[in-house]
Design a protein around this ligand. Structure first.
Ligand code: SF4
Length: 423
């Protein structure tokens, strides 16, 4: 069966209509591309370390970076970070509204306020007024783990209704000072609660929404929970910017967010889409090892091709014929194919380096030029290798009627014996 390619997967998720807000040069909501966010883990006062992480995040596909602003030194750090950052910077504010005012003075492109942690209306309105005067947007960042106690009590816990009520109350304070340059998140660590909260919020307001499963945890569970929540909502057209909250290097968050959007056809592909067979008894190489080596080799190379690693020459090129480029293992050899056509046969040890060289050639010269340079003997060598393997292993055991008939014939005596014992 041919594997589907990204080219076959048209974006099929009509976006929910929202207002638009700006975070520096990035527009969020409306018809703007869904953006990827992450958060630095350095002390914001450590300007060089924070900038270094911001650059790594931007290279991994992060569109907007958030830094904690939890002390005056952090606000001072922001003043030095922001002019040198390649992407807009949002200050994350809990508890101290004056740190929000200091972050605005430092020139941040956006604020995140937690309504559960800054609860005095006058303080909330003071921040909103200052943001309004500076044309800076604010995310109302409700979090199920730090809900306003009186809302928590009223709703009996961090229910979807409670999360949305917290956001709506904050919005009401903002409107009192004529501020609505807002996006909203209602994150929970329980994926079902998170999904239901965002659905309810999407039915309640028309502001852009920032999606995330909070405190999702380390890999792989954190990734699974985040994808389950975020992808479910994106497939319903809900969500304008996303963040994976992983207990991992934030670069992994940015990569995961970007990869999810590319996988769903919601952002243009920036990096390789590696497909690989799951391997089976036919495999002539350690497919997991080769695929992992290829994945590592292509990371950060900005090669937006679909590349296949297949375990055998018998089925590999056919099953991955829609890939731009691939390699299938034969006995001690790698059979390099472009759009299903064998272009070169290389020693097994050079499989990954040959993939990289061919991918770079496609990026430089185009697929047609690479096909035109194909080794004229490659198809014949591969055909002979395939035939040799077929003779040794038999044709695909999943579909070969003659093999199935032979298997059934072996069971006949068993059936006969059972029939005899029942008689
Ligand atoms: S038949 Fe070949 S390509 Fe398919 S899973 Fe097995 S090794 Fe991989």
């Amino acid at each position: 069966m041919a594997l589907p390619t990204l080219k076959d997967v048209a974006p099929t998720f009509p976006r929910r209509q929202t207002r638009q807000v700006s975070v520096g040069k990035v527009t969020v909501g409306g018809d703007a591309p869904i953006s990827v966010q992450s958060m630095t883990t350095t002390k914001t006062a450590d300007v060089d370390a924070t900038l270094s992480q911001i650059y790594a995040l931007a290279a991994a596909g992060c569109d907007i970076v958030r830094c904690t602003c939890n002390e005056p030194e952090a606000a001072a750090g922001l003043a030095q970070i922001i002019p040198r950052s390649p992407v807009p910077v949002i200050a994350d504010i809990h508890f101290h509204y004056k740190l929000a005012l200091a972050a605005l003075e430092a020139g941040v492109h956006g604020l995140r306020l937690n309504p559960g942690n800054i609860r005095k209306p006058d303080q909330i309105k003071a921040v909103a007024s200052e943001a309004r005067d500076r044309s800076i947007s604010i995310r109302i960042g409700v979090n199920g783990g730090s809900l306003d106690p009186d809302i928590d009590e009223r709703f009996g816990g961090a229910t979807p209704e409670a999360l949305v009520a917290s956001a709506v109350r904050e919005l009401d304070y903002f409107r009192e000072v004529d501020f609505d340059d807002v996006k909203i998140s209602v994150k929970a660590s329980n994926v079902r609660v998170m999904i239901d909260a965002y659905r309810l919020l999407a039915d309640t307001v028309d502001y852009p929404l920032h999606l995330g499963v909070t405190e999702a945890g380390p890999l792989p569970g954190g990734l699974i929970k985040s994808v389950a929540g975020i992808a479910t909502l994106l497939s319903e057209g809900i969500g304008d910017t996303i963040r994976f909250s992983l207990t991992a290097d934030p670069v992994e968050e940015a990569r995961a967010g970007r990869m999810l959007l590319e996988t769903l056809g919601l952002r243009e592909r920036k990096n390789v889409d590696l497909i690989a067979c799951p391997s089976c008894g036919r495999a002539e190489v350690d497919v997991i090892k080769v695929a992992n080596e290829a994945q590592a080799a292509f990371t950060d190379r900005d090669i937006p091709l679909q590349i296949a690693v297949m375990g055998c020459i018998v089925n590999g090129p056919g099953e991955a014929r829609d890939a731009d480029l691939g390699i299938a293992a034969g006995r001690g050899k790698g059979h390099l194919f472009v759009r299903g056509k064998i272009v070169r046969v290389v020693p097994e040890a050079e499989m990954v380096s040959a993939l990289i060289a061919e991918a770079e050639a496609i990026m430089t010269d185009g697929i047609d030029a690479v096909l035109a340079r194909a080794d004229v003997n490659a198809e014949a060598i591969s055909a002979a290798a395939r035939e040799e393997l077929v003779q040794i292993q038999g044709i695909d055991a999943n579909s070969d009627a003659s093999r199935i008939a032979k298997v059934l014939a072996v069971t006949d005596p068993v059936s006969d014996a059972q029939a005899g014992s029942q008689a």
